[in-house]
Design a protein around this ligand. Structure first.
Ligand code: AMP
Ligand code: MG
Length: 474
């Protein structure tokens, strides 16, 4: 039987200036690397044979009901505004509605060939970033963090040219609650196209926030979701790496894993992305950047308000209140890692003191918290001045909080996609060995479980394995 995707497209019904209709550019010899059968089942997709899946999820064969299009958007990149970005190497095939949940999802090919938005790019992706995104987004999902998902990865059989030389080409099929970005609103606001902005506003509310009746309510809802999202990033040591407004979703899902990475040793200014020279998107700064990004969303929404001056005043208040909402979300998420409910005046101090000791000693972020959850001790901090005293105070506080250990084990993963393992996996796959990819993916599907056979994936990198920089997926 052939692959069946029950498309039910709505974005393609929006005004034509929202996108460019564009077929995928066929590739030479597509081969299926992986297909996410569980996700397909959730989405009501019936997979055909492997060879056919490779044809469909490379764009060589157009699935019945698909209406491929490249979405238009703008965005602030590292603070500077680009009025015209758009899908330069991606195509929205259409949407499906999950038969289980009734929720609507985009099905998008990434790396499917040039579009009118490609500028100087080739519209393609190489295998490394495709596998990185596949692994990281599926790991994030298993960690409980809102994220886009991966449905398939296909190798194209076509080398693509990058600085390093020719690299194997690949295409990712991404599933997202939507691909509406802060930059989508900015695109129409910059063009003073208020009609399109109004249509986008209505579409976004209908799809994500059905109870929002005006831009103030929409902004409030997005602030709530993004504040909690970034708090969750902090709680698992995740560094997105390129938090431009075109990579900030209205749905509140994590999107675009170009240089994304997880921190090994704890330090608040950790940066991996090679292009983030000034640490704009450093671990700790993500809380400030998301506020800035949503201020750009607020600006773009102003033309939709009946009274512009009043709009500016109201939006300013909402944005100014966001840091406190983020702090609260972050305290809740970080507190849970220590079993604390943050109700006691000393809870924040317990958390801050621990983090300071971890920073001074370069303690592994994931393993320190996991050890505290499993055993009540952090052996890596025994040498830290004041650690013994801290541990006693913490243990005493925990006595007043029944069920703390279970909560801690559910908040502190044993496994994260460590950078050095991801890089090793990419090197192996580039040589044709996909075993490390499959193994990592399997282990990361249950990141909160103890998995004695995977101790090597839990360990921080040896000095020679440390990855200092990650690179965008281009
Ligand atoms: P990103 O940094 O991946 O979020 O991409 C930023 C912008 O560059 C988006 O408009 C992408 O579509 C575009 N882009 C990235 N890589 C390529 C490529 N290889 N070819 C064409 N456009 C690209
Ligand atoms: Mg992007």
């Amino acid at each position: 039987m052939s692959t069946q995707i029950p498309f039910d497209n709505s974005y393609a019904r929006l005004p034509e200036r929202f996108f460019t209709r564009q077929p995928a550019t066929p590739v030479a010899a597509p081969q299926l690397i992986i297909f996410n059968h569980a996700l397909a089942a959730d989405l009501g997709i019936t997979p055909g044979a492997e060879a056919e899946l490779a044809q469909v999820f490379s764009g060589n064969q157009i699935a019945p009901g698909a209406e491929p299009l490249a979405q238009a958007y703008a965005g602030h990149q590292f603070g500077g505004f680009s009025p015209q970005l758009g899908d330069g190497r991606a195509l929205l095939l259409g949407e499906v509605v999950s038969p289980q949940t009734g929720q609507r999802f985009d099905i998008q090919l990434k790396g499917s060939g040039p579009t009118p938005y490609s500028r100087m790019g080739d519209g393609r992706a190489w295998l490394g970033p495709v596998l990185r995104e596949y692994l990281l987004c599926e790991a994030m999902h298993a960690l409980g963090v809102p994220t886009t998902r991966a449905l398939a990865a296909v190798s194209t059989g076509q080398p693509i040219l990058r600085e390093a030389g020719p690299l194997p080409g690949a295409i990712l099929t991404r599933v997202a609650a939507s691909h509406i970005r802060v930059g989508t609103f900015e695109y129409f606001a910059a063009r003073r196209d208020t009609d399109a902005l109004q249509a986008l506003f209505e579409y976004t509310c209908a799809r994500h926030y059905p109870t929002a009746r005006d831009p103030v309510m929409l902004l409030d809802a997005v602030i709530a979701r993004q504040a909690d999202l970034v708090a969750q990033w902090h709680a698992i040591g995740f560094i997105h790496g390129v938090m431009n407004t075109d990579n900030t979703t209205l749905s509140g899902e994590t999107i675009d894993y170009g240089p994304a990475a997880f921190m090994d040793g704890y330090h608040p200014v950790t940066v991996y992305s090679s292009i983030d020279r000034h640490g704009r998107y450093a671990y700790d700064n993500q809380s400030r950047v998301i506020v800035w990004n949503l201020a750009q969303l607020a600006s773009a929404l102003v033309p939709l308000m009946p009274d512009q001056d009043e709009a500016v005043a109201v939006f300013t208040n909402q944005i100014n209140a966001m840091p406190d909402r983020l702090l609260a979300a972050r305290a809740r998420r970080m507190g849970a890692k220590l079993g604390l409910d943050m109700a006691d005046a000393g809870d924040q101090g317990l958390l801050d003191t621990l983090l300071k000791m971890m920073q001074d000693h370069g303690a592994d972020f994931t393993n320190t918290f996991r050890a505290l959850a499993e055993t009540g001790h952090a052996p890596g901090l025994n040498a830290a001045a004041g650690y013994g005293d801290w541990e006693k105070r913490w243990q005493t506080r925990l006595q007043a909080l029944p069920g703390a250990q279970a909560r801690m084990l559910a908040a502190n993963p044993a496994f994260i996609p460590r950078n050095h393992r991801v890089e090793q996996m990419i090197s192996a796959a580039t040589e044709g060995d996909f075993a490390p990819f499959h193994r990592l993916l399997t282990v990361l599907q249950t990141p909160y479980d103890t998995q004695p056979d995977a101790a090597d994936l839990q360990a921080p990198p040896e000095p020679h394995e440390v990855v200092k920089a990650t690179f965008c997926g281009t």
